[in-house]
Design a binder for this molecule. Sequence first.
Ligand code: ADP
Ligand code: MG
Length: 721
Amino acid sequence: MATLTRLAEVPVSEIKWLGPKNSAPLLKAGITTIADLLHHVPRTYIDRSDKPRLDRVPLDTEVTIIAEIKKINTRRPKKKLSITEAIISDETASLDVIWFNQAFRQKSLPVGTEAAFSGKVTSRNGKLQMSTPVVEVLGDDEESIVTGRIVPVHPQVGSLKPWAILRAVRIALNRSRPIPDPVPAEMLARKGLISRDQAFGDIHFPESLDRVDPARDRLVYDEFFRLELSLALQKRRQMDDATGFAHTPTGELAGRFVAGLPYELTGAQRRVLEEIDQDLREPHPMHRLLQGEVGSGKTVVAVAALLSGVEGGWQGAIMAPTEVLAVQHYLGVTGLLAQAELSPEPFAASSGLGMDSLFGSDGPAVHIGILTGGTAAANYRPDISRADLIADIASGEVDILVGTHALIQEGVEFHKLGVAVVDEQHRFGVSQRVMLKEKADAIDPDLLIMTATPIPRTLSMTLYGDLDVSIIDEMPPGRTPVETKVLSRLEEALAWKRIGEEVGAGRQAYVVCPLVEDSPKVEAASATAEHDRLSGLMPDLRVGLIHGQLRPVEKEAVMSEFRAGEVDVLVATTVIEVGIDIPNATVMVIEDADRFGLSQLHQLRGRVGRGRYPGMCLLIADPATEDAEERLAAMAATNDGFVLAQEDLRIRGQGTVFGVRQSGVADLKLANLLRDVDLLTAARNDAFGIVDQDPGLTNHPELAEEVRAMLGESVEWLFKS
Ligand code: ADP
Ligand code: MG
C-alpha cells in the first residue's frame, strides 16, 4: 500500500527487473518515478477474445490477428528493394505475411514471437496473404501472454518495448496496491467516479474494454483536481497576502468620460464595467482578466476603470507590451479624454506629442504621462523631461501613466497606485504581474489584465485559473466581418492589384512579411528586401517599412506617418501583430501565411476592418503540410476568434498552444482540454469548494501533500507561511 505522494518519491530504478539498461530510456523520457510510470497508460488495447481465428478470417477488411511467427526470411531481389516474408499461425491455420523495405522485421520478429498483426487479408491464387501489417509484439515472456483477454499496448519509450513497459507496470502496481484515495468519497460518489486504486488497475489491465473509460475519467479528474487545487490555493494566497483597499467611485470622471464618448457602450462593455466596478468597491484587490476579441472595445473599458480610481485620488497605470502600442494607447487615451473635455489647461487636449486638438476644458482635468524606453511626454506639460516626469509620478501629479516595461523598472515610484491595467498579458510573465504589484509598496492595486488572445474556455480556466474572467462577447455595431481569401504565390499579383484599388479609394494597406523564427535580423532583412520589391511593383504608391530592428523612435515615426495617411502601404514584420488601431487600413496581405500559427494570423487580421470600411485579408501561401492547409481553411471560414482558438487546440494539440508551457497544462498527461471539459469543470468546482472551506488544506493533509508531490517546486511557495 502506497499513496501517490509516496510513489512520486520512489525512483523507477526500484523496479530491479528493469535494470540500468531498461531504466535509461524511461529516465530520458522524464519517467523517473513509479508515479510517472503509472501515468504512462496504454495507448490501445487488443481484445484477444474478439480476434478472428485464422481459419475464419474475413477477407479484404481491416482485422487484427494474434499469431506466432513460424518462419521469417528476407531477400533482396533488387538493390533498393527488400522483401521480408513470414509465415504466422495460430491454433487454427497459417498465413503469409509480406513487408517491403522493412528488413528490420527480420530482427524484431524472431521465430516464436507472438504478436498482433493488423491489416487486410487478401486471397491470392487461393493463398491467404497479409501485406505490410502493423505489428504489436505481445511479449516473449509467459506472463504477458497469460495477461488475460485484453492486452494493453503501452506507448514505446525509446528502445523500451511495450511489453517490457507492461511488465514493469505490473510489478509496480503489484507492489503499490491498494493505492489509497485522498479525494473525499462523497465528491467521487456525486460524479460516479471510481476509486483511484481501481482506476490504476483498470487503465493498465482492464478485464474488459468497457472498464477503460471510467478508469481514464477518474485519472483525468485527478489531474485537473490537483491543478485546480493549486490555482485555488494561489488565488486564496493572493487574497490573504494582499493589502487591498476599497475604491469609492463617484462617477465624476468615469461617468463623464463614458457620456463624452461619440458612441454608446455595448451591452457587453457595460456589463464588464459593472463587474470591474464591483471589484473596485471590494476591499481585496481585483485580479481580473478582461478577454475580448480584437476591436471589441476593451481599451475604452480599461480607461473608464482607471478613471474610477483617479476619482478617489489614486493613480492608474497602463502597461503595454511594446513601445509602439504604448504610444498608441497614450494617443488614444489623451484623445478620448479630450473628447470628454477632461484634458488640462492650458495645454488643452494636447498629447504633448504634437497632435493638439482644438478642444479646451474648464472642468476636472486628468493628467496623463507616457514613459517608455524612448519616450517621455505628458498632456499637461509640453516637452517634459524624463526626470521631471518621474518626479511627477512620485508626487502624484500624474494621474495615469502609460508605459512599457520601463514602467516597472527601477527608479519609477508611484505616489499612490490604485489601478493597474496590463495590456496583452501573454507578452508578460506572471513575475512581471507580481513586480507591478510591488510598485505599490504596502498596498496592492487593483489589477486588470486585458487579452485579445481568444482562449478556449477550458484553457483559460487552467491558464488563468487564479483570475476572475470578464468577457466582452459583443462587437460594436456596424462592423463588417473581414473577408479572407487564400492565394497561391502564383496569384500574388491579385493581392497587389487589390491594394492598388483600395489605395485609389483612399484607404491603406499592410503587407506582412514572412516569419523568420528566432532571427529578427534575418526577418528584418527579408522585410527590407520585400519593401524594395513591392516599391518596384507599385511605383505609384508610397510604401513604408517597419520591423523589429528599428529603434523605438524610428518605429514610432513610421507609425505616425502611416497613421497620418502619408504612407499608403506599410510593409511590416509581426511587430504590428498586437493592438495597432488604424481604422483607415482596410487590406492586409500576409505573405507565406502558412508559416504563421492560427492565433497569430487572427491577431494580424484584426488590424483591418476596424473602421467604417469593410476589411479584406489575403493570405499568400502554398501550404506544404496538412496542418497548414487546415489553418488557412479555418481562417477563410470564420472570423470568430474563439472558434479559431478551438481549432488551434485541435490541430496543434494542447502542449504547444501559446503560453501553456509555463502553466500547469504541461503537467497534464491524460487530460484533454477539448474532450474533458465536464471533468475540468467538476474538478474546478470541487477544488475551489474545498479551499473555500479549508484555505490551508489543513484538514486535507493528503491532498496538500499530493499537490506538492505531483506539481513540484512551482507550487512550493503556496505552502510556505
Ligand atoms: P480593443 O482594445 O478591444 O481591441 P478598442 O478599445 O481599441 O478595442 O476599440 C476599437 C475601436 O472601436 C476604437 O476605435 C474604439 O474607439 C471603438 N469602440 C469601442 N467601443 C465602441 C462602441 N461601443 N461603439 C462603437 N465604437 C467603439
Ligand atoms: Mg486594444
